[in-house]
Design a protein around this ligand. Sequence first.
Ligand SMILES: Nc1ncnc2c1ncn2[C@@H]1O[C@H](COP(=O)(O)OP(=O)(O)OP(=O)(O)O)[C@@H](O)[C@H]1O
Ligand SMILES: [Mg+2]
Length: 265
Amino acid sequence: MSDTDLAAPADRLGSVSAGAALELRGVTKMFGALAAIADVTMTVRPGERRAVLGSNGAGKTTLFNCVTGDFLPTSGTIRLFGEDVTRFPAHERIRRGLRRTYQISLLFGGLSVADNVYLACRGVSRGRFSLLRPFRGDPLLTRAGELIEAVHLTAARDALVSELSYGQQRQLEIALALAGAPRFVLFDEPAAGLSPTERAELVSILNGLPEHIGYIIIEHDMDVALRVAESVTMMHNGRIFKEGTPEEIENDPEVQELYLGDGHG
Ligand SMILES: Nc1ncnc2c1ncn2[C@@H]1O[C@H](COP(=O)(O)OP(=O)(O)OP(=O)(O)O)[C@@H](O)[C@H]1O
Ligand SMILES: [Mg+2]
């Protein structure tokens, strides 16, 4: 294990790292006898863009599920913008600006891109707009248009989801996650299954997000991760194996060994 964690400030009896967007302390999630994640401690600053890498079963999605509230951790604490949300239900975390995308697509095929994004915006708005259909001048319609633009789908705005390419569907999922002004987003393998061209599009979309939006992206492809993240956490067998800048991680002999060991199966 590395000793880079020594940079963490000494525990001040439950005090919080000043201004962290997300702070995990000793988070463990057991499934029976299996520790899907074990003693995970990490801090992500507001606006920081972090990649989480690791082989299949390393615990990456479980980490997300604990942060979002889909799973209750077995032990440890999770703070979101300074607030202990460890036992909060998922919707309370959403209210505080947390969003996620899923490893597997959950879109409705029968709706258009524009309708999907509009409904997502309505779903997270405070219910001031009770009309079923958008009305002229509806600010949510404007917002939806901005989100569609942000994920490079303006040319496909009237297409049905079922008519989109797989890559476009993944772009739409990002737009849905961005509805309602999130402050922190968890992206679970948005590049999985994408062609090289679609990957380049994804990189450009992520790099074009407003600066105040921080995220964690789970990514198997080191090349993508290195282009969209300023920091990298490597997981292995449920534990944090290494943390560092993309350059440090890419050049780390232990990381290279791990990657060459399992990445080509
Ligand atoms: N709901 C669950 N019930 C039981 N075991 C689970 C559950 N979810 C995950 N696990 C187990 O926890 C471990 C970590 O799984 P997780 O899905 O977090 O890995 P991952 O890093 O996201 O992998 P992948 O790259 O394949 O998506 C695996 O051994 C998995 O089988
Ligand atoms: Mg996963």
